[in-house]
Design a protein around this ligand. Structure first.
Ligand code: NBP
Length: 477
């Protein structure tokens, strides 16, 4: 009997995904470049379901029922291309190759196009939730053709996380749409973590609280609007004590945050698309700054902070202000991320249902959070919402938070505590709602030095240029 689906690449992600498939009753073919991993998987977990091990790629492909469906879980980049080439040689028109790795969506578009010419379906698929998610139910974001989803959908939906009986998997859109959405998911994750880190910093350095006290604060926040996986695990990490020193664990970790690149991709692509994702960009830059150890050491020696720090009269009130600022800034980060997805969909011709994206992020993935239900409601009400911030619920939330938000940014500035996430989110809010922006002056300057022209508030779309170096009369441009 042939296997329903196959997984090649049996490192931590691939083997957990294969086990997840087997546990859900799918007969799963398994293959890895070095056969030892395949053998180990079947020996250790063979009792969990029906595995069909294969030593060679040819045997692996032969063991699959048609149309064949293979999930690739190998290292992104060159290794993925190598595996695709090998599989494509052995497959037949109508077969499907799913790339579950963290590929750049542009690579996915390129691969999809090339394989389509050979009659094969290539389905770039975002998979979030790490190794735990792969085993117990990830959030799955498949791109590729609608036709391929008819075959793959039932399998992927079965192994995905389920929330209120709804699978955290849906067909995102054509070609690279799935990997694009996964990329933005990771970008939002960067912003979310940066905001959490700033809240921790403010509670430590403005309110003078200990990690254990802040852990309790996050634990209580996790019972309200902020309820989310990241807030939950923040309480865990802050509450943890280092066994070797007896100190709070967070105090013995080197303060340099690393990155694998999906946040940077999100910002790079936002720059290309012209979408201001300031929250994600600040988060990427904040990680980068933390790693510039030499500069930081030099600056510590010569650059003092404010001479006097504002004191916090009412600690509980400040904690509540920080909670409000965190929530409002988080709403901004999501609004920006969804803006990027919507703009990319327009640019690349993807039919992406934004409400469904919020739905499939409710479980399995790192940014799973209670408030994603609100995002789904917002897009269900109005699919062409110009910004999440103008949805009734979110507008109300940020308006209610705004006084707290401003107090927190003022407190951070006064105390000399960096809060790029909170303050850039607040600036975004203020810029978006401003009746007049100083962009008018920028256009004036551009016209002055470069004859770049400007439009007038009273003359529609017509462009004008002022003869700055002559008599300063205005001309139609
Ligand atoms: P790795 O990214 O560490 O890749 C190891 C796998 O790639 C092994 O099976 C290895 O085979 C195979 N491989 C390599 Br390396 N070069 C190959 C080649 N030229 N031909 C064939 N196979 C090759 O594994 P992972 O951490 O399980 O992640 C798999 C994918 O899932 C990655 O794209 C990753 O970005 C993505 N992802 C990971 C996570 C996570 O939390 N780890 C989450 C979401 C997505 P070998 O055993 O023979 O060396």
């Amino acid at each position: 009997q042939k296997a329903r689906i196959g997984v090649t690449g049996l490192a931590v992600m691939g083997s957990n995904l294969a086990r997840n498939l087997a546990r859900h009753g799918f007969r799963v073919a398994v293959h890895n470049r070095s056969a030892a991993k395949t053998k180990a998987l079947v020996e250790q977990y063979g009792s969990e379901g029906e595995f069909v091990p294969a030593e060679t790629t040819a045997d692996f492909v032969q063991s699959l029922q048609k149309p064949r469906q293979v999930i690739i879980m190998v290292k992104a980049g060159g290794p993925t291309d190598a595996v695709i080439d090998e599989l494509a040689e052995l497959m037949e028109p109508g077969d499907m190759i799913v790339d579950g790795g963290n590929a750049h969506f542009a690579d996915t578009r390129r691969r999809e196009k090339a394989l389509k010419e050979r009659g094969l379906h290539f389905v770039g698929t975002g998979i979030s939730g790490g190794e735990e998610g792969a085993l117990n139910g990830p959030s799955i974001m498949p791109g590729g053709s609608a036709e391929s989803y008819q075959h793959l959908g039932p399998v992927l939906e079965a192994i995905a996380a389920q929330v209120d009986g709804v699978p955290c998997c849906t067909h995102v859109g054509e070609d690279g749409a799935g990997h694009f959405v996964k990329m933005v998911h990771n970008g939002i994750e960067y912003a979310d973590m940066q905001l959490i880190a700033e809240a921790f910093d403010l509670l430590t350095n403005v309110a003078g609280m200990t990690p254990a006290e802040i852990a309790d604060v996050f634990r209580s926040w996790n019972t309200g609007d902020l309820e989310s996986y990241l807030v939950e695990i923040t309480a865990e990490v802050l509450g943890h004590v280092d066994a070797a020193t007896g100190k709070p664990f967070v105090e013995i970790i080197a303060d340099q945050a690393e990155q694998k690149g999906t946040g940077r991709w999100t910002v790079q692509e936002a720059l290309e698309l012209g979408v201001p994702v300031t929250g994600i960009a600040e988060a990427v830059f904040a990680r980068s700054l933390s790693g510039h150890v030499g500069q930081r050491a030099a600056a510590q020696k010569v650059l003092p902070g404010p001479s006097s720090k504002p004191s916090i009269a009412d600690r509980d009130a400040f904690v509540e202000d920080v909670r409000q600022a965190l929530y409002a800034s988080k709403v901004v980060a999501y609004a920006q991320g969804f803006d990027e997805i919507r703009t990319a969909a327009d640019t690349y011709g993807w039919q992406i249902d934004l409400g469904s994206m919020a739905t499939i992020w409710r479980g399995g993935c790192i940014i799973r959070a209670r408030f994603l239900n609100r995002i789904k409601d917002a897009y269900d009400k109005d699919g062409s919402l110009p910004s999440l911030l103008v949805d009734e619920y979110f507008a109300d939330a940020v308006i209610k938070a705004q006084e707290s938000w401003r107090r927190v940014v003022v407190a951070a500035t006064g105390a000399g505590v960096p809060a790029p996430g909170f303050s850039s989110a607040l600036s975004y809010y203020d810029a978006l709602r401003a009746e007049r922006l100083p962009a008018a002056l920028i256009q004036g300057l551009r016209d002055f030095f470069g004859a770049h022209t400007y439009r007038r508030v009273d003359k529609g779309d017509a462009s004008f240029h002022t003869l700055w170096s002559a008599d300063r009369t205005e001309q139609n441009a």
